[in-house]
Design a protein around this ligand. Structure first.
Ligand code: NAD
Ligand code: UDP
Length: 309
């Protein structure tokens, strides 16, 4: 049994991670400022004596005696990380420094939830971990993309300079239950629109691609990375089946038996055209690969939204 700190633990991925690690018998401290996360996401864990919820902003330092830190705190949906971009940069940079400083002080392992956005609008396809990316440093996505890139830099500088026990995971588009209804990311938005028989708003011509991964697979990947030895990453975690956004919209309309129509809206600035992870490194180093099909994941997510809408 380990003592584990999860920043951003009341968010979408964080809440699933809290649940999994608690079920495995660990003691969890969940730290969150509830910007995009919600107490409801961890409501069923609150009565467990091994679970502690702490309201705190990772821009400010914190102090706990733990064996592991998962650093997930950061809004992840474009409409949310662009609401206060300066705050997003600070969350990424100060959040990384505060996690690393605690790891340095108490000598624990620390994992950074990085992102496929470090590859920007990629010129290499599929993206492997050796690719340095194609990011616009002054665009509207930069607060997130460059914030996450700088957080990776900090992790590797603390590793080289102070020998901190780091792990860096680049998460690709993940979806599932517990995404906020107002989250704005593609799959949750399409499912909510389809269940309400409203138009599905596809940006651009819907020809851009993503490779959606169900949250249980992503969480298994994060836990496998934390448990790994002699490997710091970065490592891609995601699913390597690629779909256009229009295909995803059509699939969701069909799965939900919805009367919704597809309506096209302008493509947001710097929206990446293609994205698919190369998962060879994760398979080799972590013996991990995603198990849940898109159909199964979409059905589970739809069941969730039927309950909360
Ligand atoms: P989310 O927005 O649901 O969760 C983020 C959590 O961090 C929320 O609970 C939020 O309240 C909290 N938070 C934000 N700023 C904070 C701050 N300053 N101090 C304390 N808490 C703060 O997003 P998610 O999808 O669960 O993403 C979790 C992590 O995984 C993020 O770091 C994100 O960048 C990364 N990630 C997610 C995806 C994905 O597809 N879901 C892809 C790549 C990377
Ligand atoms: N998208 C869309 N309609 C929506 C939300 C997103 O067409 O309501 C598109 C968006 O333009 C992008 C893709 O879906 O091309 C994935 O967007 P999301 O915000 O989920 O993630 P990210 O762009 O960060 O990969």
């Amino acid at each position: 049994m380990a003592k584990i700190l999860i920043t951003g633990g009341a968010g979408f991925i964080g809440a699933h991670l809290c649940q999994k690690l608690l079920t495995q018998g660990n003691e969890i401290i969940c730290l969150d400022n509830f910007f995009t996360g919600n107490k409801n996401n961890v409501a069923e864990l609150l009565s467990n004596p091994n679970f502690k919820l702490v309201e705190h902003d990772v821009e400010e330092s914190y102090n706990f005696e733990v064996d592991q830190i998962y650093n997930l705190a950061c809004p992840a949906a474009p409409i949310w990380y662009q609401k206060d971009p300066v705050k997003t940069v600070r969350t990424n940079i100060m959040g990384a420094i505060n996690a690393l400083e605690l790891a340095k002080k108490i000598g624990c392992r620390v994992l950074q939830a990085s992102t496929s956005e470090v590859y920007g609008d990629p010129l290499v396809h599929p993206q492997n971990e050796k690719y340095w990316g194609n990011v616009n440093p002054i665009g509207r996505r930069a607060c997130y993309d460059e914030g996450k890139r700088c957080a990776e830099t900090l992790f590797f500088d603390y590793y080289r300079e102070y020998g901190i026990d780091i792990k860096v995971v680049r998460i690709f588009n993940t979806y599932g239950p517990k995404m906020a209804v107002e989250d704005g990311r593609v799959i949750s938005s399409f499912i909510v629109q389809a269940l309400q028989n409203k138009d599905l708003l596809v940006f651009g011509e819907g020809k851009q691609t993503r490779s959606p991964c169900f949250v249980a697979d992503t969480v298994d990947g994060l836990v496998a990375m934390m448990a790994s030895e002699n490997f710091v990453g970065p490592v891609n975690i995601g699913k390597d089946d690629e779909y256009t956004i229009k295909e995803l919209a059509e699939k969701i309309i069909q799965l939900t038996d919805s009367k919704s129509k597809i309506v096209f809206k302008p493509l947001p600035e710097d929206d990446p055209i293609r994205r698919r992870p190369d998962l060879n490194l994760a398979k080799e180093k972590l013996n991990w690969s995603p198990q849940i099909s898109l159909e199964e994941g979409l059905l589970k997510t739809t069941e969730y939204f039927k309950k909360v809408l």
